[in-house]
Write a protein that binds this ligand. Sequence first.
Ligand code: CUA
Length: 328
Amino acid sequence: MDLMNQSRFGLLPESVSTISPKVDALFWALSAISVFFTVLIFTLLVGLAWRYRRRSDAEVPRPIHGSVPLEIAWSVIPLVISLAVFVGGAVIFFEMKRPPSDTLDVYVVGKQWMWKIQHPEGKREINELHVPRGQNVRLVMSSEDVIHSFFVPAFRIKQDVLPGRYTQTWFNATETGEYHLFCTEYCGTDHAAMIGRVIVMEPEDYQRWLSGVSADETPVQAGERLFAKNACNTCHGGAGGVGPMLAGRWGGQAQLEGGESVKFDENYVRESIVKPMERIAAGYQPVMPTYQGQISEEEIQQIIAYIRSQGAPAPTSSSGVEHDHASH
Ligand code: CUA
């Protein structure tokens, strides 16, 4: 099901992994037990209070001497129920914690505030995870900074992602579609924006996707897609963002921290993507992560094409020399 069509407001999220029906069954069993005993206890509480209320001020209560069968019943029944809950939970827990041997291993790195994902064939993506349907997928996860948590409600999996240590989880998706991915461990300012999509595809489509055959986009369209896919827009989307706005600046001068300026051109944009710490824009914090190795040179060119398509600075009347000379 497409994310856009998920306007339904269900009690539970969709259930599209091999483990999710089992988790749901356990959830409903626990709920049923809780409801049953809540109703039973409150009914008895009210009923007995009514039945054995004091009827006259002179009434003397009759002493009771206990009941062995009753004592045994209310000890053994809860014991059996809690052992059943334990066994049910443990069986599912072991299944969740022990990936099968025939998994497709995908590497996940959490960082403030994005999910970086790499497929075994080397393909990388950010905030998106493409997987084939009906395949055991193991996620090997680590964090570059603080504790994050990888949560896909539709698969009923949730696993903390820790710095300095690998954690893992696995799933086998049963239906194609797009499903929510959340960070579910508070990790700083943009924790709530650390979200993404898991895209479950038919195995053939996944192979096609892996080989990178995309529809015929222009470089500008590809750049726009990459700008959103790599979450560039979260910082560079407009005025007042964490990073400088990039629209309408092509070919102008970029003021740098320290007073110098540099021409806003291909080289400056490329350097800012792969070595963001080299030259910091005036008035901004050096917080941008490097994308070296995550974005190919071809993709950098497409992003540059997109930024260029967003126009040049409006000529100002004071800089008559600049906007009069013809460059070609
Ligand atoms: Cu990462 Cu919250």
